[in-house]
Ligand binder design. Structure first.
Ligand code: NAD
Length: 404
């Protein structure tokens, strides 16, 4: 049953850090389904942040123990779960890597919401400590364990800044002429738009350093905004359902619009909606990660960087598309973010396409899947949680003061 993705097709032992999350859970199931031996590592912090914010996944996600048991019942395959904090339980992380000797470690285990990272000094500091501390711990733990595991990290398109290059954004590296005339190929300049995005830029420097210093094999995936909810694997049984975030902090833009459309409430577009963003469907997130796992950098290679995106779209165009399909209004509200009103974004994704990815694009047929999920669980929605709840600075907070 092992599907041969381009590259090494042998089943692998894989640790999935952050495997209880929105991207991590469907990826863990997909990798297990493809015949890999998967161990999920997660400290369940995302579930705790839901409690802190007084929200919950729209979909009724089950505890990890139930999820793993259901997967076993439905497919006969094992996924093991280890509750461990990657940023705080260093010794346990080293012991786990020594014991499991993974071929690959997929690293999703970070605080991933830009709005949450901008909420307060406490959430800014937590995001930096958790994300940068976790990535540094992972590098040190791989080195200390002596296991030559390939690290596959989920980064973000946001490390490039949006539309600052003035042309197609290449995959991680750019050609430059240094002062004095020497030609070089260096990491694309970092231009973060939030504390969260800044942590991904800092991660990229850590990968570069440990790769140079200790020859760690690292692939950094600069991912676009993920949309969709379920995958063929999570749809097998209701207990396997993926999380769906719709709140102002964690709800990502297209899923939020689809959710508002299905609920019959106006779509909330920030500012002019002129922001152009990169998108990828959740099923392709999982496929890309397997492609990255099966095509590790060779020993001595520099950090491999892929742009993990299917396409770019302007936010107001997406809003108009969803509005047309659902008949709801588009409501332009003050932007809680400090960002350019309008930007262009042109991104290369040749590397994944060359490895055989045929990405799913914004197909309105696939919108139905999300709409069905939202309709099914709409009684679980708290509409009060949809509007922005975090503001980039005092000026933005004042501009948004009248939102209700
Ligand atoms: P998520 O919050 O749903 O999942 C992250 C998981 O990591 C959670 O289950 C959380 O409990 C766990 N975690 C966090 N800190 C941890 C720690 N210190 N130790 C152990 N576990 C920890 O987020 P997601 O949407 O699945 O995103 C996963 C990764 O993909 C993130 O790194 C994110 O930056 C990246 N990414 C996501 C998107 C998107 O649209 N969702 C887009 C680009 C990049």
């Amino acid at each position: 049953l092992f599907a041969e993705a381009n590259g090494s097709a042998a089943p692998k032992k894989i640790l999935v850090l952050g495997g209880d999350g929105f991207c991590g859970w469907p990826t863990s199931l997909y990798l297990s389904d493809q015949g890999h031996d998967v161990v999920v590592v997660d400290n369940l912090s995302r579930r705790n942040i839901d409690l802190e914010l007084g929200c919950d996944s729209l979909t009724p996600i089950q505890p990890m123990e139930v999820r793993c048991q259901a997967w076993k019942e439905v497919t006969g395959k094992d996924i093991r779960f280890v509750n461990l904090d990657v940023a705080k339980e260093y010794d346990l992380l080293v012991q786990l890597i020594e014991k499991e000797k993974p071929d690959s470690i997929v690293h999703f285990a970070e605080q991933r919401a830009a709005p949450y990272s901008m909420k307060t000094s406490k959430t800014k500091r937590y995001t930096v400590d958790n994300n940068v501390g976790g990535s540094n711990n992972l590098c040190c733990a791989v080195i200390d364990s002596g296991v030559d595991a390939h690290i596959v990290h989920l980064g973000t398109m946001g490390v490039y800044g949006y539309g600052t290059s003035g042309g197609e954004i290449p995959e991680g590296y750019i050609d430059v002429i240094l002062p004095g005339g020497r030609e070089s190929n260096i990491l694309h300049p970092a231009y973060p738009g939030s504390v969260y995005h800044a942590t991904k830029c800092l991660d990229a420097l850590l990968w570069q350093f440990y790769n140079k210093n200790d020859q760690l094999r690292v692939t950094d995936l600069h991912q676009g905004i993920v949309w969709g909810t379920n995958t063929p694997q999570t749809a097998l049984d209701e207990r396997l359902i993926n999380r769906f975030d719709y709140d102002g902090d964690y709800g990502t833009v297209l899923n939020r619009f689809l959710m508002q459309g299905a609920m019959g409430v106006p779509l909330t577009v920030y500012g002019t909606g002129g922001q152009t963003r990169a998108f990828i469907h959740i099923s392709d997130t999982a496929r890309c990660i397997e492609l990255a796992i099966n095509n590790p950098p060779k020993p001595g290679d520099r950090v491999e960087i892929f742009n993990q995106v299917a396409e770019t779209r302007r936010v107001r165009d997406i809003a108009n598309l969803v509005a047309k399909l659902t008949g709801v209004e588009v409501n332009y509200i003050p932007n809680p973010r400090q960002e350019a009103d309008e930007n262009e974004l042109d991104v290369s994704n040749k590397k994944f396409c060359n490895l055989g990815l045929d990405p799913i694009t914004l197909d309105t047929g696939l919108f139905d899947e999300v709409t069905e999920v939202v309709k099914k669980y709409k009684s679980r929605c708290n509409p009060q949680k949809i509007l922005p709840a975090s503001f980039w600075n005092k000026k933005r907070a004042e501009a948004c003061a009248d939102l209700d």
